[in-house]
Design a protein around this ligand. Structure first.
Ligand code: CP
Ligand code: NVA
Length: 307
């Protein structure tokens, strides 16, 4: 594994390896406090962030290393400097890079010109580290992965949805997406997820109806209707379109009795989920957020060739 740019190529063994390592790191963080001694990670942001930024930065620090955080707008990137030159220069200073960019093609270009590992901290199309840590959270809460069912409802053409499809199908979790027809996940990604699911014996389903998607689920997952890259002027029309996909108590009642509710956060109460759900006793969103830290460390160590 040189880079983590999406979960397209993630297989069951790689996923379980990262999950097992993150469990060890979470149990005994002290053991890893020197693992990144004298190493520096560059973190480049084209979009806002709380969790990804802080968990990677704190993670690097707890591993004994350093991080440098820059906003893309404060660099010459785009106007006076190419992505390729940015990657080549940064590789001379840093031991690995994490970037949050708009376009997936851009992070791929960054990675192909970097001499050091590159981690995708979210693009419009994928958010791999979020879903890796979500698999850790699901494993913790349910004691297993294979054989579970996760229902995602809302914007299907979305970074979280795409990597959920790929990550869950790698480990044998059935995934059902409930979304409006015009917001279905990208077809090529569904096709890869279907292939993975077939080889491990799980299923991938896409429904126009939220209730159908949620039926019998062990996990109900929501994400914002207004991802960072969506223009503000689309807000009103999106609220109208996605309103039938809001996760409320009624929708949760179609899932299993012991189902958990997840949202990668940031979350808006009254939009993608009702406050009663995200603040209720089925919600595990803050444990989910905490696990970003433990999985980021496992990802960093894996790419640096360390256990
Ligand atoms: N879940 C997540 O990636 O949050 P941030 O946008 O705050 O990093
Ligand atoms: N789909 C969301 C995820 C936020 C972590 C976005 O792109 O804004």
């Amino acid at each position: 594994m040189k880079n983590i740019l999406s979960l397209v190529n993630l297989d069951n063994a790689q996923a379980l390896d990262l999950i097992n390592n993150s469990i060890k790191i979470k149990k005994n963080p002290q053991k890893y406090s020197d693992s990144m001694h004298n190493k520096t990670m560059l973190m480049l942001f084209e979009k806002p962030s709380l969790r990804t930024r802080v968990s990677f930065q704190v993670g690097m620090q707890q591993l004994g290393g350093y991080s440098v955080v820059i906003e893309a707008k404060d660099t010459p990137l785009g106007e006076k400097e190419s992505i390729a030159d940015t990657a080549k220069v940064s590789s001379r200073y840093c031991d690995l890079m994490m970037a949050r960019m708009f376009r997936q093609e851009d992070i791929e270009e960054l990675a192909s010109n970097a001499a050091v590992p590159v981690i995708n901290g979210l693009t419009d199309t994928f958010h791999p580290c979020q879903i890796l840590s979500d698999l850790l959270t699901i494993h913790e809460k349910k004691g297993k992965l294979k054989g579970l069912k996760l229902a995602f409802v809302g914007d299907g053409n979305n970074n979280i949805t795409h990597d959920l499809l790929l990550g869950c199908s790698a480990v044998g979790i059935d995934v059902s997406v409930g979304c409006p027809r015009q917001f279905e996940p990208q077809k090529w990604i569904v096709e890869i997820a279907e292939k993975k699911a077939k080889s491990i014996g799980s299923k991938v389903m896409v429904f126009g109806d939220a209730k159908k998607a949620a039926k019998g689920a062990d996990i109900v997952y929501a994400d914002t209707w207004m991802s960072y890259h969506i223009p503000k002027k689309e807000k009103e029309s999106r609220i109208r379109i996605f309103q039938p996909y809001r996760v409320n108590q009624k929708l949760m009642s179609y899932a299993k009795k012991d189902a958990v509710f997840m949202n990668c956060l940031p979350a808006m109460r009254g939009y993608e989920q009702a406050a009663e759900v995200i603040d209720g006793n089925q919600s595990i969103v803050f444990d989910q957020a905490e696990n970003r830290l433990h999985m980021q460390k496992a990802v960093i160590l894996k790419l640096m060739g360390k256990r």
